[in-house]
Design a protein around this ligand. Structure first.
Ligand SMILES: C[S@@+](CC[C@H](N)C(=O)[O-])C[C@H]1O[C@@H](n2cnc3c(N)ncnc32)[C@H](O)[C@@H]1O
Ligand SMILES: [Zn+2]
Length: 551
């Protein structure tokens, strides 16, 4: 039995705050996995490298890492996360940008403090989506230190200053499982998600960045620019008045509500520069000159330490057979996040688009459960080929649907991997928000350990019928004892996973289906238990509708 211990999920380190990427993994769990399964100098492959957790933590621990992702946004983010940066030079260039762009910022956001009359900037303006009419402006005046929420006299924010924008991307929103939410709301182009005032500021910042002479600093500034897009669209919204409750684009889908928050994008850019400086100060000290990018795999066996490759991991032919010490990854979970569709909002500004061939269940692309399993299988087959004999593949995976979990496990088994163990790691051992709790999430990540070995596959501990009847008994106990679905899943997953990891493929698929239909049978009881749990937590207050159903 392999142990990781129970790891505390602490806050992200500054490197993870530089740029958004969806579903960032708890870095401590990955750091521990790397320490348990590899040695300094070992080569690790991550075929679904995403936001770069394996890459960053691997380099910090002086491993060598091959990070592959199909998505150009993921690759840009990863490269900038580990590449050393001369912070002094970056700051110098920022100061030049400041001189160049601040006058425009004053034209777009300048106002008079209602308290002391001095010249100041509006920090944000809240507007109705339907007609862009402002209904609140927030001013923080540095001269008299007052915070002012203006709800009337907003005429000055109604008109957009007559300044022509510079180039911005005019790209049609393609159909997709999540982009369709925008299309249904009448959005046709990505830039329609950005208000006219914001488009002026954004396009001028971008234009100024394209004129930076130093290639490296220009790329880092473009990365900084890309990171601010998260705060620049009509998907930013304040939940309730207040100053602190700004939601950036936090949901893993495209969405717009009845009102939005138009941020002062000059201030946002300055804050993003600060985040990049903090992130790079952190990686400069933790990774520093150890980060040497290899242009081909053979250089990794010399003094280079990493590769970031934008490619489809179904074909890893640039990696020789039996050359990697461990595979450590986190694949896409079914249909949970449509990375390619979501990234386009960022990528259009770089003149790019994400290939829509990623592995995820997606009804627009007609990728169902079976095609998803086949995609994963093709990637894992490549992982199996390049992994050294006796090496491990360690992968996190978490989804409240055993059919998808089974697709993942069977893809690994079909590729030749032998199941070793599944470990649970708490993901929210800090307090989880009431909003998250309403969705009855499973507050654990499952860490799967598989091995490339000649040992026979393990045998199921119980037969189909025995396991089913024990689960049936358990589910009745759970519903009668006021337990929630997530608790039932959490307690029974390891047993079911063990079965699926050892039973013949078709029988394993059948079992997963049966497990889900059993849970569905008790859905009203589980729902009742969840509501009781929430009521208890909230006291007498009425249970709020979930955020999503409000949108
Ligand atoms: C769950 S994310 C990885 C998250 C990552 N572990 C992190 O910490 O941010 C999965 C990634 O798989 C990528 N992906 C999907 N299909 C792929 C394929 N065929 N080849 C390479 N990458 C793929 C997606 O672009 C996405 O970035
Ligand atoms: Zn003032």
């Amino acid at each position: 039995m392999l142990g990781l211990g129970i790891l505390e999920t602490t806050a992200y380190t500054p490197v993870y705050f530089m740029h958004k990427y969806w579903a960032r993994r708890p870095w401590k769990v990955f750091s521990k996995i790397i320490q348990v399964f590899t040695e300094p100098g070992d080569i690790i492959l991550d075929p679904f490298a995403g936001g770069g957790t394996t890459l960053i933590e691997g380099l910090i621990l002086r491993r060598k890492v091959v990070a592959v992702d199909l998505n150009p946004l993921a690759c840009m983010v990863m490269k900038k996360e580990v590449e050393p940066l001369n912070i002094y030079a970056y700051r110098e260039v920022f100061n030049q940008l400041k001189t160049q762009l601040e006058p425009l910022a004053w034209e777009l956001y300048g106002t008079k403090c209602p308290e002391c009359g001095s010249k100041t900037m509006v920090r944000y303006i809240r507007r109705y989506l339907a007609d862009d009419r402002p209904f609140l402006a927030f001013i923080y005046c540095k001269s008299c230190n007052s915070k002012i929420f203006l709800e009337s006299g907003l005429e000055e924010f109604e008109k957009v200053p007559d300044i022509p924008p510079k180039w911005y991307p005019v790209v049609q929103i393609p159909e997709g499982d999540t982009t369709n939410r925008l299309i249904q709301k009448g959005f046709r182009y990505f830039h329609e998600l950005i208000s006219p005032r914001s488009l002026i500021m954004l396009s001028h910042i971008r234009d100024a960045i394209t004129q930076i002479q130093d290639d490296k600093i220009r790329d880092f500034m473009m990365f900084t620019f890309s990171s601010m897009l998260e705060w620049s669209s009509k998907m930013s919204k304040h939940l309730k008045g207040g100053e602190t409750k700004l939601m950036d684009w936090t949901l893993n889908t495209y969405w717009v509500a009845k009102d939005y928050t138009e941020n002062n994008l000059w201030e946002v850019f300055c804050r993003r520069v600060d985040k990049v400086i903090r992130g790079k100060t952190y990686t400069n000290s933790k990774i520093g000159s150890y980060a040497k990018e290899a242009s081909d795999f053979s250089q990794l066996q010399k003094d280079a330490s990493y590769m970031v490759v934008q490619a489809d991991s179904r074909d890893l032919s640039f990696i020789p057979d039996e050359s990697v010490d461990a595979v450590i990854t986190d694949p896409p979970y079914g249909d949970i996040i449509q990375y390619a569709e979501l990234s386009d909002f960022y990528l259009v500004w770089l003149g790019l688009s994400a290939p829509k061939t990623e592995i995820s269940i997606n009804s627009t692309r007609r990728i169902g459960l079976r095609e998803y399993e086949d995609g994963l299988y093709q990637v894992f087959r490549e992982c199996f080929r390049v992994l050294k004999h006796g090496g491990h593949l360690i992968s996190t995976f978490n989804i409240g649907d055993m059919n998808v979990m089974a697709a993942f496990v069977l893809a690994l088994r079909r590729a030749g991997f032998k199941y070793v163990d599944v470990l649970r790691q708490p993901v929210y051992n800090y307090k989880i928000s009431f909003h998250v709790e309403q969705k009855d999430p499973m507050p654990y990540d499952f860490v799967f350990v598989f091995k490339k070995s000649d040992e026979p596959e393990p045998k199921p501990k119980l037969s189909f019928v025995e396991l089913l009847s024990s689960l049936d008994k358990k589910i009745k106990e759970y519903v009668n004892n006021g337990k929630r679905k997530s608790e039932y899943r959490l307690d029974t997953y390891p047993q079911v996973i063990q079965y699926i990891s050892s039973a013949p493929f078709e029988i394993a698929r059948k079992f997963a289906k049966k497990y889900e239909s059993m849970i569905r049978e008790y859905s009203s009881e589980f729902n009742r238990n969840k509501m009781e749990h929430l009521e208890k937590k909230k006291g007498k207050k009425k249970v709020q509708r979930t955020l999503l159903s409000n949108l």
